[in-house]
Design a protein around this ligand. Structure first.
Ligand code: BEZ
Ligand code: FE
Length: 288
């Protein structure tokens, strides 16, 4: 009598079949993916019905995607996977540079260039006036002039301009600023507010089914870049915001939480230092 195939035999056969993949990286990724996918099903003893539920969920997730809605990215965000990829690729825990966080779906390139101290508020919906300011330095504390800060945030209603065409001007609450000769930046804005990520699709249903909520803690997004330095995509969180401990996309990092405190004229000020690491230099012959 011949031996019956075991679960582990099957995994090994599939991994072996992929051994012929000509591209070494594709081979590595697909073999590891198969190993982990099989291990997951074996660990939870996945039933036929559960597998079909998973297929139905993924089908609905794909059907929800169009030019303006990317439900797979929301799935990645809410499973902490986007933040994991960010940590793997853009974070060196030993380094002093500002910690990165996810880009999110509401970034719009080519925001208007605005001068030091200018407001990015183009539409008044009752937001609390605030000044977002600070210094950008290298990791040794030297001020960096001419750093490009691409900034965007939501309005007091919770919506980004891109979510409300015809209500907010398209460039409301976003802008590109530069640090001055002393490395400082200053942006007039409004205090950001917590907001729910789009939750009317399968990802929102999964959040509810797992006893979670769809809220993000209040934040301002900032992408900082300058030639010769590693660019960083990050956030600044309001220390008084709800959801700092349960941000639905796992974006909060302690070093990115700041106070909004009333200045002499009563306007709130949020002071946030940003540090950029020098770009990794590829030395000729470094691999020899
Ligand atoms: C955001 O911060 O804009 C965002 C990030 C992930 C999902 C939805 C929104
Ligand atoms: Fe956001």
């Amino acid at each position: 009598m011949t031996d019956k195939m075991t679960e582990d035999d099957l995994t090994a056969v599939v991994v072996q079949r992929l051994e012929a993949t000509p591209d070494a990286r594709l081979r590595e990724v697909t073999q590891a993916f198969v190993r982990h996918l099989h291990a997951f099903a074996k660990e939870v003893r996945l039933t036929d019905e559960e597998w079909f539920t998973g297929i139905t969920f993924l089908t609905a997730t794909g059907a929800m995607c169009d030019q303006t809605r990317q439900e797979f990215i929301l799935l990645s965000d809410t499973l902490g996977f986007s933040s994991l990829i960010d940590l793997i690729n853009h974070s060196d825990v030993e380094a002093l540079a500002t910690e990165p966080t996810i880009l999110g779906p509401f970034y719009v390139p080519d925001s208007p260039e605005r001068a030091f101290g200018d407001s990015m508020v183009e539409y008044d919906d009752g937001g609390e006036p605030a000044i977002f300011t600070g210094i950008v330095t290298d990791t040794e504390g030297h001020p960096l002039a001419g750093v490009l800060l691409d900034v965007w945030q939501n309005a007091a209603t919770g919506f980004y301009a891109v979510q409300q065409p015809g209500v907010q001007p398209a460039t409301n609450l976003r802008g590109r600023y530069r640090t001055d000769a002393a490395g400082r930046y200053e942006i007039r804005t409004v205090r950001p507010v917590p907001y729910p990520i789009p939750a009317d699709g399968p990802v929102g249903q999964l959040l509810r089914d797992t006893g979670r909520h769809e809220w993000r803690a209040a934040h301002i997004h900032v992408k900082a870049s300058k030639d010769g330095y590693e660019p960083v995509t990050s956030h600044v969180f309001d220390r008084e915001s709800r959801y700092l401990d349960s941000d639905t996309v796992f974006g909060v990092k302690d070093s990115l939480i700041e106070d909004f405190v009333a200045g002499p004229d009563g306007v709130l000020v949020c002071e946030h230092p940003i540090m950029l690491a020098s770009a990794a230099v590829e030395l000729a012959g470094a691999h020899d």
